[in-house]
Design a protein around this ligand. Structure first.
Ligand SMILES: Nc1ncnc2c1ncn2[C@@H]1O[C@H](COP(=O)(O)OP(=O)(O)OP(=O)(O)O)[C@@H](O)[C@H]1O
Ligand SMILES: [Mg+2]
Length: 101
């Protein structure tokens, strides 16, 4: 068995604009198995947007997402969306004291 941690998630060059505002500009991020990350940034830094792109709520203008090396769905045509929804990442938004997330 390899002692190298498996890559679970890779987001590459994610760009998401709202009109002329870049919420995410060329953002890359990866997670290895067993890792716990905190996404930290000032108000409006683009944290929620990046996670909403990951969860499939927003379609990015550019960039790619891989889960365990498998590319996410084609966000233009929607191809692969069913598989992504079944096996892809999902969000849990707690009520109450977490409305800053
Ligand atoms: N649905 C939207 N329509 C237009 N602009 C948006 C939308 N969502 C986010 N933005 C803009 O994109 C930028 C990033 O916003 P985002 O909500 O991702 O930041 P955040 O880091 O989650 O901020 P906060 O700490 O306040 O939750 C901000 O300039 C915001 O105004
Ligand atoms: Mg937010």
């Amino acid at each position: 068995m390899s002692d190298r941690a498996e890559e679970v998630l890779r987001m590459e060059h994610i760009t998401k604009q709202f009109g002329s505002v870049y919420a995410n500009r060329n953002v890359s991020f990866d997670v290895l198995s067993g890792e716990v990350h905190t996404l930290l940034g000032e108000n409006g830094a683009g944290k929620s947007t990046l996670m909403n792109v990951l969860f499939g709520l927003y379609q990015p203008m550019g960039g790619e997402i891989y889960i365990r090396g498998a590319k996410g769905p084609d966000r233009i045509t929607g191809a692969g969306n069913q598989t992504w929804n079944r096996h892809g990442p999902s969000a849990f938004y707690a009520g109450g004291g977490y409305d800053c997330l």
